[in-house]
Design a protein around this ligand. Structure first.
Ligand SMILES: Cc1cc2nc3c(=O)[nH]c(=O)nc-3n(C[C@H](O)[C@H](O)[C@H](O)COP(=O)(O)OP(=O)(O)OC[C@H]3O[C@@H](n4cnc5c(N)ncnc54)[C@H](O)[C@@H]3O)c2cc1C
Length: 804
């Protein structure tokens, strides 16, 4: 075995094999894969090999398409067959909600360039004669997908990688990982030690154990999973083509042809965790005992929906373990605090996702950036809240919902609450319906007395609609209070703080007593954050951003060469806050502060360390609603008292609690984009409109060259808000925006503008079409809706209310 390598990939399953191939392909010749057993010996060898492009997240869908298209390439390079059956996919709906979801997938697929269409049940039955169509009301067909041979595919990656110079050592077990001072690693194995510049954890079923070697608890857990293979099915005899792989949402069943029989698998509601604490060292190429008694009722549903399967005998049953993250998406990327340590694990759909993961991870390692937005599979979407206990509850919940629809108004109940603000119980007593963001409970909307909090899960307007409307109107007409504790919060202190921030952010850094909106770019000039920098003193700053991106931004800061005289830390659990917004917000706060809040006394974007009632606070004049507004931050010990004071002072002014749903509506009325939804690492300052906050005159900041080049050439597309005059429900996200029959963009967020009485969607369209009044169409659940671009905010375009 070689004694050094540029990168050591741990694990020879389909994911490690793909990472090895992509590192070799990107030009790293000295890469080594270590496998403790045979290649594929973890969960790969017994997989059903199904592959598809469907994912709720557009960027992951694209990577799945890349993965499937890649198989021809690695076959050609390696001479090894992947055993491809590219027979496409069928998805069946049995309820109106499921039908909506299929129509949504169709609308999304159009922009992604994937061939997908809604078809009749007769057509579905022609593609798969085993379906009993009486159970269903609609079907979607897609050209992409099918199934492959798991072992052939893994070996094709590895052989192709070897052709490009990569090495593989089988039967070599990694025992320890020791970091050196220069950020490189000693990879200790049972066959000797390899000195590696980079280490990648692709250990699948053992990814958690490899994590522990470097002191981290990765949120990953294995579940048992069953599928059956039937004897030959007479109905399939004599068919020229294989039946199309079929997913039955209602039955929670997937099925496909396997030789002259069929393969049928289920994601049952009460799944069984495998190896909850430690994956056995000696588990290799093994299956688990079948549990037909437990599984029978679920397969029985499949036998009703596909009756020929029930009539055929069972030839083979497989029960094998594979891993999941709490939300079912993979964990990919670098881990904060561990130099040159990368993960590519918790991959529950290795044959759909493995190629894409290899692609983005190899770019990340070689070029310092994944090359595209992959927030939804970035390991940093989990933080300290994702403890082993959290993972042990959330993964089974996710497993049980594998084929359930994720409705946009649905909050999953497992492992809740984890993080609670000091006023959590009060908000609940006030009617709050809570959601969880980065483990922290926050109010989505408030049910008035006598109104049920339970909402029917739906893609359409829900029972909450009129109550969210009331909240919005209260903010615009009087004053509202919104808890902002769920924002991302960071403290940057020290003598070098200003200079460091100046390099990391693209904006000017505000002087003491001011705050500023501050985009943060990567080297390619793409948006990695739109944050607010608040300067309390030359050496003391507070930064606010998206709560979801807490770990993502901390990792970014830590990787940004923090000098010895700068200290960066999360204020996630040390600062709690409110937004007070609306025309009467000044009057309310003035009752509690000595500071003169009048127009000239405390202007927009001013900051003061002062007190509000009993609480010492940081008071900022800012907000996200477009109204006169303030943010008030204090420490958790004062927070409930601050809440008391604010409620008391606002009683006769019509002070109303509002939640996240109202905020989404209010911000879109103003045309404000939001990180994670509208602003992501795929977009640039010019495209997002955040260029107005970029200080192009600064001599140096991350992404400057790319930002200047974009400014010179002009952005290719632009963020716009679209008004849908005749919509009776809102878009959900990722629907195609259509112009003259062609998909030219997709929806990034949508809401009903309650105060302007219009359905709104936001998204990106080609720059040449980004004109006020330009008409488009958006396919909302299969119905093309007129959508008119509005370049000026639909509410208070002059910003008079904000400046108050
Ligand atoms: C019954 C079943 C059906 C499935 N069907 C499908 C399907 O239809 N489509 C689909 O896409 N996915 C399917 N999957 C999931 C799929 O199997 C996984 O997504 C995939 O195998 C994950 O691959 P991996 O490389 O991440 O992990 P693994 O296959 O677990 O590979 C990890 C490797 O790391 C090695 N390793 C671990 N520790 C060490 C160490 N210390 N030193 C050296 N080597 C080490 C292991 O030996 C192992 O070979 C199915 C899974 C099961 C169980």
């Amino acid at each position: 075995m070689k004694s050094s390598a540029q990168a050591v990939v741990i694990g020879g399953g389909v994911v490690g094999a793909s990472v090895l191939y992509h590192l070799a392909k990107i030009g790293w010749q000295d890469v080594l894969l270590l496998e403790k057993s045979e290649l594929t010996a973890g969960s790969t060898w017994h997989a059903a090999g199904g592959m598809h492009t469907f994912n709720g997240e557009a960027n992951i869908s694209k990577l799945q398409k890349y993965t499937i298209d890649l198989y021809r390439e690695i076959e050609a390079l390696s001479g090894q067959s992947c055993g491809l059956h590219p027979n496409g996919g069928l998805m069946l709906a049995a309820t109106p909600g499921e039908l909506d979801s299929l129509k949504l997938i169709c609308s999304r697929a159009r922009y992604l360039g994937m061939e997908t269409e809604m078809i009749s049940l007769e057509e579905a039955q022609r593609l798969n004669p085993l379906i009993d169509t009486s159970f269903f009301i609609g079907a979607l067909w897609r050209a992409d997908g099918g199934h492959c041979d798991p072992s052939g595919t893994t070996h094709a990656y590895v052989k192709a990688a070897r052709q490009l110079g990569a090495s593989v050592e089988r039967f070599t077990r990694v025992l320890a990982l020791t970091p050196r001072r220069d950020g490189t690693w000693d990879v200790v194995t049972d066959k000797g030690t390899v000195h590696a510049e980079h280490v990648v954890n692709c250990a699948g079923l053992w990814a958690r154990e490899i994590g522990r070697l470097v002191g981290i608890d990765l949120p990953v857990l294995a579940m048992e999973h069953h599928y059956l293979v039937t004897e030959d099915i007479p109905e399939l005899k004599g068919r020229e083509r294989e039946i199309v792989n079929t997913t039955d949402y209602a039955g929670e069943i997937y099925m496909r042809q396997e030789r002259a029989g069929a393969l049928i698998g289920t994601y049952e509601p009460h799944g069984v965790v495998w190896a909850p604490v430690k994956t056995p060292d000696d588990f290799s190429m093994q299956l688990l005992p079948e549990d037909f008694e437990r599984l029978a009722p679920y397969f029985e549903v499949g036998f009703q929906h596909f009756p020929a399967l029930g009539r055929a005998g069972i030839k083979k049953a497989i029960n094998g373990p594979f891993t999941f993250a709490p939300d079912g998406n993979p964990l990919v990327g670098p881990v904060r605090g561990l130099e040159n340590f990368w993960v590519a694990c918790a991959v529950m759909a290795g044959f759909s996702q493995g190629g894409g993961i290899g692609l983005v991870l190899s770019r990340w390692m070689a070029e310092g950036d994944p090359g595209q937005d992959i927030l939804s599979m970035d390991v940093s979407r989990f933080g300290a809240f994702a403890t082993p206990k959290y993972t042990s509850i959330k993964v089974p919940e996710n497993y049980s919902r594998r084929f359930r629809l994720a409705y946009p108004n649905e909050e999953l109940p497992a492992a809740r609450p984890v993080r609670r603000s000091p006023i959590h119980d009060r908000l609940k007593a006030a009617g709050a319906v809570m959601g969880a963001n980065f483990g922290l409970e926050h109010a989505l909307w408030f049910a008035p007395p006598g109104v049920a909090r339970a909402e029917t899960p739906t893609y359409r307007r829900s029972e909450a609609f009129p109550h969210v409307g009331e909240e919005c109107r209260a903010v615009r007409s009087a004053v509202g209070i919104y808890e902002t504790t769920n924002y991302g919060k960071y403290e940057v202190t020290g003598r070098g703080a200003r200079g460091w921030l100046d390099r990391v952010f693209a904006s000017r850094i505000p002087p003491p007593g001011r705050l500023r909106l501050a985009p943060m770019l990567n080297r390619a000039g793409r948006i990695v954050g739109d944050l607010t920098i608040t300067s309390l003193a030359d050496d003391r700053y507070l930064i606010f951003g998206s709560g979801f991106a807490e770990e993502f931004h901390l990792r970014w800061f830590w990787a940004s060469d923090i000098p010895a005289d700068v200290f960066v830390r999360s204020a996630a659990s040390t600062l709690t806050g409110f937004s007070i917004a609306g025309p009467r917000s000044r009057e309310l706060l003035q009752r509690l502060v000595r500071l003169d809040l009048s127009g000239g006394g405390f202007r927009l974007f001013q900051v003061a360390e002062t007190s509000v009632g009993f609480a010492p606070v940081i008071l900022m004049r800012s907000g996200f609603t477009g109204e006169l507004g303030y943010e008030v931050w204090t420490t958790p010990d004062y927070f409930a008292t601050l809440h008391d004071d604010l409620l008391e002072a606002g009683r006769d002014l019509g002070l109303t609690h509002f939640g996240g749903r109202a905020l989404s509506s209010l911000r879109l009325e103003k045309g404000y984009g939001s990180f994670n939804k509208d602003f992501r690492p795929d977009y640039t300052p010019g495209e997002t409109g955040l260029d107005r906050y970029v200080d192009f005159d600064k001599p140096d900041f991350v992404g400057r060259a790319a930002a200047l080049a974009e400014r010179a050439a002009g952005p290719k597309r632009r963020f716009v808000v679209l008004e849908l005059p005749d919509a009776d429900t809102e878009a959900v996200g990722y629907e195609s925006i259509i112009k003259a029959g062609a998909a030219v963009g997709y929806v990034t967020s949508a809401a009903y503008g309650h105060c302007i009485r219009k359905s709104l969607a936001a998204g990106y369209v080609p720059a040449a079409l980004a004109r006020d009044g330009e008409s488009f169409q958006i396919d909302v659940f299969g119905e093309p809706r007129a959508a008119i671009a509005r370049l000026r905010a639909l509410y208070d375009p002059e910003g008079l209310r904000l400046r108050g």
